[in-house]
Write a protein that binds this ligand. Structure first.
Ligand code: XLS
Ligand code: CA
Ligand code: CA
Length: 437
């Protein structure tokens, strides 16, 4: 296999090629249904996993090395930025996402950390101008530092709340300067492990207050993109407040934040919540808050957030179907919140992992269009709910019928059959469309 240094831009080689450093399904400039694949998919590189994660797990330290021979902190982060943009170029990825601490070293105090971010922010801006790459979204890491051990916005200590505010403020400033179209709030340690030491009512109130402050600041400073909440049910805390899409919708509605906030749905968080990825996307969509995707997958046999590169084609196809039914991405995109396995510890593995994930989603996109063109699944749904298209059914659906009216109707219509749900047949139709033997 070729070495990282010998690999240039990854070409589209088509489904019949066995070239490992080639795309079999992702042809970035191919136009499908009026749009280039790169515009349908809006792939993004996740800075934390790609540029910083080196294979550490609960039982052992790094297996890889991303120091690129640099010793001095700022030089190292500049070098990482060079490599990140080089990777995007090689992989035809147009966007990236980062936490404040991913792109700049931590200083001896807050002021120095913010200065470092400012310096690196300017460097990123220069790299963007040189390459045309863009920021999809940014966020602040308000969970790693020990001062956030009891949460950030939901910490029992107001000093932690304010520290988080300072970091979010400058991360929003840089989102704006870099032209980012999203700003993400993943819960971090906003949650709890035991009610014995937790005032849930106060914490939730402050979470709402925090998001409102951030929204108000961002809008005042000129941010026109979407704010996102990223649901996750557990990990690091036992009970994360942003459990799943439905919980987040309820919170946003209660706090009056639906205008400005949408959801960033991650596949692995969906499965941790006991849902499918598609379920979470659908719940976000039907509530009008679908925003962006963190593309990855969990392992069905491991109960934690493994953040693997997404390679399950059926899952990617059903996710892309939701994106197409939504009319495509607007401010959002597909961020690979995924890391290479501990044993996949080389730069070549990084390329191969991105290629695997991008190809799975590209194939997913192609299949999702085929599902729509084929029409059988759509027609079945339409047929199944036909009784709501006219007469009393229509009135019910429009919210215009009364309980008495329905009760009267039932007196003369209580002898009816429910048509079969045909699940197995529908699953075989999906197979027909997906796999062409
Ligand atoms: C952690 C989250 C995190 C967010 C960004 O589980 O996925 O990486 O996406 O803070
Ligand atoms: Ca994520
Ligand atoms: Ca995750």
């Amino acid at each position: 296999m070729k070495r990282y240094e010998e690999i240039g831009k990854i070409p589209y080689v088509g489904p019949n090629s066995k070239e490992p450093f080639g795309f079999r399904h992702y042809d970035p400039d191919e136009v499908i249904h009026g749009k280039k694949m790169r515009e349908h998919l809006k792939f993004a590189l996740s800075w934390w996993h790609t540029m910083n994660y080196c294979g550490t797990d609960m039982f052992g330290g790094d297996t890889g090395d991303k120091s690129f021979g640099e010793k001095e902190a700022m030089a190292l982060y500049r070098r990482k930025a060079d490599v990140a943009f080089e990777l995007m170029e090689k992989l035809s990825i147009d966007y990236y996402c980062f936490h404040d601490v991913d792109v700049a070293p931590q200083g001896k105090d807050l002021a120095e950390s913010l200065r470092n971010l400012d310096e690196m922010g300017s460097y990123l801006l220069k790299k963007q101008e040189e390459t045309g790459k863009r920021l999809l979204w940014a966020t602040a890491n308000n969970f790693g530092d020990r001062r956030f051990m009891a949460g950030a916005a939901t910490s029992p200590e107001k000093d932690a709340f304010c520290l988080a505010a300072a970091k979010v403020k400058s991360a929003i400033d840089w989102t704006i300067r870099l032209g980012g179209t999203g700003y993400v709030f993943w819960g971090g340690r906003e949650g709890y492990d035991t009610l014995l030491n937790t005032d849930v009512a106060l914490e939730l109130k402050n979470l709402g207050n925090f998001l409102r402050m951030a929204r108000d600041y961002g809008r005042k400073a000129g941010f026109r993109g979407d704010f996102y909440i990223e649901p996750k049910p557990k990990e690091p805390t036992k009970h994360q407040y942003d459990f799943d899409a439905a919980t987040c919708c309820n919170f946003l509605r209660k706090e009056g934040l639906l205008e400005d906030f949408r959801l960033n749905i991650e596949a692995n968080h969906a499965t941790l919540a006991g849902h499918t990825f598609q379920h979470e996307l659908r719940i976000a969509r039907v509530n009008g808050v679908f925003g962006s995707i963190d593309a990855n997958q969990g392992d069905p046999l491991l109960g934690w957030d493994t953040d693997q590169f997404p390679t399950s084609v059926p899952e990617c196809a059903l996710a892309m179907l939701e994106v197409l039914l939504e009319g495509g991405f607007t401010n959002g995109g597909l961020n690979f919140d995924a890391k290479t396995r501990r044993q996949s510890n080389t730069m070549e593995d990084l390329l191969l992992s991105y290629i695997a994930g991008m190809d799975a989603f590209a194939l997913g996109l192609r299949i999702a269009f085929r599902i729509l063109e084929d029409g059988r699944l759509g027609q079945f749904l339409e047929e199944r709910y036909r009784s709501y298209q006219e007469g009393l059914g229509k009135k019910i659906l429009e919210g215009k019928a009364t309980l008495e009216e329905c009760a009267d109707y039932a007196l003369s219509h209580d002898d009816f059959l429910i048509p079969s749900g045909r699940q197995e047949y529908l699953e075989s139709v999906l197979n027909d469309i997906m796999y062409r033997g």
